[in-house]
Ligand binder design. Structure first.
Ligand code: 7UC
Ligand code: FE
Length: 293
């Protein structure tokens, strides 16, 4: 196994057979993802069952809370897809096209995410974009850091709910209310401590972070606008390009991510598996994943 750091963010992993990971290999890869924040594996060839089995070695695979994202035979696989499978719609198209960290809007967010591109859109570099939130905190202008220190933010994914066939004739308010029954949103610290590294990270995103708790609305909005503009500067954004044989693994505690823009209708499919890694997302949180069936 070779792990080579990229110049800006993440590391490339080559010469590894993901069918045959020993406990030592898994331990090494987990250390590597906490160190580098993002790993990009190359030369990967796993079928669906093997993919789930491989992910299970890293922790407890998640079942996404909305079952229409699930792979028909493997509920642990979250399917982002716009190409029919055996004539049927499978998964959800156009997911993750906003800056976010996975499950940021739940009390216990998702620590690790695997994404495997299955159909790579042609025409333009298709990929996943990342921002290093540890580096961002380090570089944050002092006035911004002081303004957010000790605060908490409200996280909510309702504006990214994807309507389903049975939603026809429902009002937007009703759809939002239904979504909030399952996922009401929650508060998290604006700056989180990493449970396994001596690091802190900014933990907000323009996709899910709606306000800074306990602050007058105008001030909260102005600060978040400034913070998002800082985080999303082009020089902070690093791309992992999709290609056959690529598999990404990242630490949601240290990066935010989004899908690159792509022409609507371009065929695209990726399989995600979220993993609870057996460690609280940040110190003080429980480890729900271990209680999952
Ligand atoms: O459809 C999507 O973009 C899914 C998003 C609202 N949530 C992904 C997650 O795990 O946070
Ligand atoms: Fe995501």
């Amino acid at each position: 196994m070779k792990i080579a750091a990229r110049p800006n963010l993440g590391a490339d992993v080559t010469d590894v057979d993901l069918h045959r990971l020993s406990p030592t290999d898994v331990a090494r890869l987990k250390e590597a993802v906490y160190d580098h924040k993002l790993l990009v594996f190359h030369g990967v060839d796993l079928d669906d069952a093997d993919y789930v089995a491989m992910a299970r070695k890293f922790g407890v695979p998640q079942r996404y809370f909305q079952s229409h994202y699930h792979h028909p035979r493997h509920p642990e696989i979250f399917v982002s897809n716009n190409v029919p499978m055996d004539g049927a719609k499978v998964g959800v198209a156009g997911t993750g096209r906003m800056w976010h960290s996975d499950y940021q809007f739940f009390p216990e967010p998702l620590p690790l995410t695997f994404v495997m591109p299955k159909i790579v859109p042609s025409g333009g570099a298709r990929g996943t974009l990342f921002v290093d939130m540890v580096a961002a905190l380090r570089d944050l202008p002092p006035h911004l850091r002081e303004a957010i220190a000790g605060t908490r933010c409200f996280q909510d994914a309702v504006y990214y709910y994807k309507v389903q066939p049975h939603d026809v004739d429902k009002g937007i308010a009703e759809l939002m209310e239904e979504f909030h029954r399952e996922a009401p949103g929650c508060l998290h610290p604006t700056i989180i401590d990493h449970p396994l590294r001596e690091r802190q990270a900014v933990y907000v995103s323009s996709g899910f972070t709606l306000r800074i708790d306990g602050m007058p609305h105008e001030r909260s909005q102005a600060l978040l606008r400034e913070l998002f503009a800082f985080l999303e500067q082009p020089e902070r954004v690093h791309q992992a390009t999709w290609a056959p044989g690529v598999l990404m693994l990242w630490d949601n505690r240290q990066v935010m991510h989004r899908a690159t823009g792509q022409l609507h209708g371009q065929p695209s499919r990726s399989y995600r598996i979220g993993v609870y890694d057996g460690t609280p997302f940040y110190p003080g949180l429980p480890v729900t994943g271990e209680k999952q069936p």
